[in-house]
Write a protein that binds this ligand. Structure first.
Ligand code: 5GP
Length: 187
């Protein structure tokens, strides 16, 4: 059975940077491209970062039971993991790497059981989280507050994951993630 990897944590925790590092290093890993109804950011590519879709299209996928999990992560903003995405990656004998929110992550963890390594990425502090979200400069003042409030709630779930990485230094965190991956693969 193929092993898969899940990285969860608040928006701004740095989980996406860690995931990108692992994907560049381990060529047997493939990123699970989620579907979302949020607008595409300037640097993002359709079918690479996300499958961007209308709310109507997303709802059709829900009705047809196409998702392993989906969440309304923010008001009116839906995100979900399509079953077809996992099938696409498993068909080429690769491991799936998930970067999803905490609730979606717990559903994925339940779906894959012990074939999945579930890692929680924690920012060193709430203040640090705020600074990172501001520095990222992708949010308006309003959406920044929404993301920050959600992120603070998400911190309460960290003990439900297999491992926690406190991301106070990205380089060190990437190395820690690498060790966790290698250990998981060797068992
Ligand atoms: P962003 O809008 O910054 O790309 O992502 C916002 C949040 O949605 C992040 O925490 C991200 O991990 C999460 N997310 C991305 N894809 C999915 C998904 O397929 N399912 C769920 N539940 N969350 C997702």
């Amino acid at each position: 059975m193929t092993k898969h990897f899940l990285f969860c944590g608040p928006s701004g925790s740095g989980k996406t940077s860690i995931v990108k590092y692992l994907l560049a290093k381990y060529h047997f890993m493939r990123f699970s491209i989620s579907a979302t109804t949020r607008p595409k950011r300037a640097h993002e590519t359709e079918g690479q970062d996300y499958y961007f879709m209308t709310i109507e299209n997303f709802r059709n996928h829900i009705e047809q039971n196409h998702f392993v999990e989906w969440e309304q992560v923010y008001e009116g903003r839906y995100y979900g993991t399509l079953k077809s995405e996992i099938e696409r990656i498993e068909a080429i004998n690769c491991s799936v790497v998930f970067d999803v929110d905490v609730e979606g992550g717990l559903k994925i963890k339940q779906h894959f059981g012990s074939n999945l390594l579930a890692v929680f990425i924690r920012p060193p502090s709430a203040e640090d989280l705020r600074e990172r979200l501001i520095a990222r400069n992708t949010e308006t003042a309003e959406s920044l507050e929404i993301r920050l409030n959600k992120s603070i709630k998400e911190l309460e779930y960290e003990n439900r994951f297999d491992n926690i990485i406190i991301n106070d230094d990205l380089e060190q965190s990437c190395l820690k993630a690498e060790v966790l991956v290698n250990t998981f693969l060797s068992h």
